[in-house]
Write a protein that binds this ligand. Structure first.
Ligand code: GLC
Length: 748
């Protein structure tokens, strides 16, 4: 039998992947046929094994100290791969591993899978690499998604995707559980910073660019990986802001706001999807056949495979109580369209699903469909051809060039929110006090998913990367910089020392924000910034020294009471491993900030309104008020807009409307400017947002330089989800808004 099976597997890679063409097309017919033939030789158990994903932690010596190397348990590994035929393994086993250790882990796994099983089908290894290869020691770790969105630079996003793909593949791993395509409209949510912000178009464009970077035109290329759009869908708006709690999203809103980024990702050829752990409208998404099979697979034509999130199939029984037994939970999820279960710590899914098929509760056709989808991606990744680490990539791992691109991304993310009397940039000859709980940590620059899941083990962070304090010292000299923590996240304060140091400084750089977290450990009930931090700011204001507020946070904490007293405010989000340098570059004028808020910064508690609010939200006496609006960000220079033109005042259904505007740098410094085009639909059959972002681009302008920027709008840009839950376009008037200039046109 083994000879026959090797024959089939050998045949599988007879066909060069024609995926080297310009887009991720489907496999050529012969390859599809080979996969189907392989499936026809597989036993039920082998098929169900391919649908089973187990965590590395279940296959290695545990508990493992975060500072210790991982030790595989080959007995458990062989049991999983040989006896249970598992087709996928995930995660890092507790903490990041070195490149060399990853090579050893992956090689051991693939040796067992390809040489010690009947069919020799390679394992597909999946990892979270959400801001670079964060589980490989020394990798290039970029600003988190929320910060990347602030750059409004999709080219940089694509480059970050390319570098991430290379460094993940260099680790021997072909599958990245990213991008998060949830639209971040609930800032309390502890994964808000994993999103590209509150706007559907912005999320769609950044998701598209990232997937392009990760996958290229051929995920079988040795420096590309399969992307995983997640968490499909509606996970980002828990009603009470707490992770993995119910969301209520009417279908019209689901299709208008939350589906488009996934539609775009499917068009981009994203090959895998991870399902939302939570529930929408009382239906756990892992059980929702309409959303998974109906919308994603049938309506959008998604050809890849759907993997569950962590333990979320069994949780249909243990947590959501929509399945009376664990076995029923497996049946419901598989019949809803789940193709792979991230079980991830035991073989319950495998055992139940084999039983369910044998008893006829799950048809073999569903199993064959799931296995085909999985094997198709394995084939596209080149795993049948070579499942082993591409060790030659090590030479490009964490290169100086990648670090430069990372620094550029951090620089372009930083958003200047206030600059009273041009307090910034600071003079490099001034004496500064650097203080605050996020001043001298790398973890607070990176956030969760950094070396460990919560990103909170500062001792594991690289010694050669700079905190804000270290970067400021490097920039202006140790002798000009004093430091005191002021307060810590536990609320311990050391105000007197800090105030004393402030008295001898020309300016104070006050670094505030959040400790690191992700998922449910990061749950909070109140967006207000830690009160000790607010107190420290107020006391420093009383010294009369100019205080520059630097925020490193994953979500916009309420700071209304300390905004007026600050001379300047810089939002750095979670700027990644080069974030310290980038912040110092901006503070001392080596970089002119160009970031724009990817969310509406709330002024009040519970004041969570988004920029695309409905007219009635701002209909007197109702008044919408932000601390700073979506798209806000100052520069050290000045830009003026003029000469907004439309190619026509009247357009018909299939016309393209060209919108152009002149942008001039009227200041004294070169600068980058983000040009954003918003559209207002003046009257429609449903209430429309006061405006919606439809285009953006980033341009460089020398002092005195003017550039003409043009955008093209088509019918689809004017469309919305109508009362019948279908995308529709209605004739009528629309207003184009760029900065504070408006022009109206009519769709006939
Ligand atoms: C986590 C996260 C998901 C991640 C997965 C594997 O629970 O929800 O984003 O990809 O488990 O680590």
């Amino acid at each position: 039998m083994r000879i026959l099976s090797i024959f089939f597997v050998l045949l599988l890679f007879q066909y060069p992947t024609i995926l080297n063409s310009n887009s991720l097309k489907d496999l050529p017919e012969p390859a599809k046929k080979k996969i189907r033939e392989l499936i026809s030789t597989m036993t039920l158990e082998e098929k169900v094994g391919q649908m089973t994903q187990i965590a590395l932690a279940a296959l290695s010596k545990q508990p493992r100290k975060e500072s210790e190397r991982l030790v595989l348990d080959t007995l458990k590994l062989k049991e999983a791969i040989i006896k249970y035929h598992i087709g996928s393994i995930l995660n890092c086993g507790g903490a990041a591993n070195t490149l060399e250790d990853w090579h050893e882990i992956i090689t051991t796994i693939q040796d067992i899978a390809t040489k010690e099983t009947r069919l020799g089908i390679p394992v597909i290894y999946g990892i979270d690499a959400i801001h670079g290869a964060n589980y490989t020691i020394g990798a290039t770790l970029f600003p988190q998604a929320i910060a990347m969105a602030a750059t409004r630079n999709t080219e940089l996003m694509k480059k970050a995707g390319e570098i991430t793909a290379l460094e993940v593949r260099a680790s021997g791993i072909p599958w990245n559980f990213n991008p998060v395509l949830g639209v971040g409209r609930e800032p309390l949510w502890p994964r808000f910073w994993e999103t590209f912000g509150e706007d559907t178009y912005l999320v769609s464009q950044f998701g598209k660019a990232y997937i392009k970077g990760l996958q290229g035109n051929d995920i079988g290329a040795n420096n590309k990986v399969a992307a995983c759009m997640k968490h499909y869908m509606g996970y980002s708006v828990p009603k009470n802001g707490l992770d993995r709690t119910p969301a209520w999203i009417p279908e019209r809103m689901l299709r208008e706001i939350f589906l488009p980024p996934f539609e775009e990702a499917v068009k981009q050829g994203c090959q895998t999807v991870m399902i939302n752990s939570s529930e929408i409208n009382g239906i756990p998404v892992h059980s929702n056949k309409y959303i998974i099979d109906g919308i994603l697979k049938k309506e959008l034509g998604f050809k890849g495979f759907a993997v569950s999130d962590w333990e979320d199939i069994i949780r249909l029984h243990t947590r959501d109580k929509i399945a009376s037994t664990p076995k029923e939970a497996v049946r419901i999820a598989v019949m809803a369209g789940l193709d792979m279960s991230m079980v991830p710590m035991d073989f319950s899914f495998y055992n139940y699903l084999v039983e369910l098929v044998k008893e006829g509760s799950v048809p073999m056709s569903r199993i064959n469909d799931a296995v085909y989808r999985i094997l198709r991606v394995k084939y596209m990744l080149g795993l049948f051809d070579n499942p082993y680490p591409h060790k030659e990539l090590a030479k490009d791992f964490a290169s100086a060039k990648s670090a430069e691109i990372n620094l550029e991304a951090a620089r372009e993310a930083i958003t200047l929110l206030k600059n009273k009397n041009s307090s910034l940039p600071l003079n490099k000859l001034s004496n500064v006090l650097v203080t605050g709980p996020t001043a001298n940590l790398l973890s607070t620059l990176n956030g969760g998913w950094t070396i460990t899941w919560q990103g909170n083990n500062e001792s594991l962070y690289p010694k050669d990367k700079l905190t804000i304090l270290e970067a400021v010292k490097k920039k202006i000299g140790n002798e000009r910089v004093s430091y005191a923590e002021g307060v810590d996240f536990k609320g311990n304060v050391n105000i007197d020392t800090t105030l004393a140091l402030a008295k001898n400084a020309d300016a104070v750089i006050l670094c505030l924000g959040e400790h690191t977290y992700t998922e449910t450990p990061g749950n909070i009930h109140n967006l207000e910034l830690q009160k000790e931090q607010l107190e420290l700011a107020k006391k420093l204001y009383k010294t009369g020294k100019p205080v520059i507020l630097v925020l490193t946070e994953g979500r916009p904490r309420i700071i209304d009471e300390i905004v007026d007293g600050a001379s300047a405010i810089v939002m750095a989000y979670l700027p990644g491993m080069e974030g310290g340098r980038a912040i110092a570059d901006v503070l001392f004028g080596d970089v002119n900030p160009s970031g724009k808020l990817p969310f509406s910064y709330p002024k009040f508690l519970n004041g969570n309104t988004t920029y695309d609010y409905k007219p009635m939200e701002n209909f007197a006496p109702n008044k919408v008020e932000f601390q700073w609006p979506f798209g806000f960000g100052l520069s050290y220079t000045k830009f003026t807009y003029s000469n907004l033109k439309l190619s026509s005042q009247k357009i018909y259904a299939h016309d393209t409307l060209t919108v152009s505007v002149d942008v001039t740098n009227t200041g004294k410094l070169p600068g980058k400017e983000v040009v954003e085009l918003y559209l207002s639909d003046l009257y429609a059959s449903v209430s429309r947002p006061n405006k919606q972002l439809k285009r953006f681009t980033k341009i460089n302008l020398q002092p005195g330089e003017t550039k003409n920027v043009a955008f093209k709008l088509t019918n689809s840009d004017l469309s919305f989800i109508g009362r019948n839950n279908k995308r529709t376009v209605e004739p009528g008037k629309f207003t184009v808004i760029i900065k504070n200039i408006k022009k109206t046109f009519e769709l006939q």
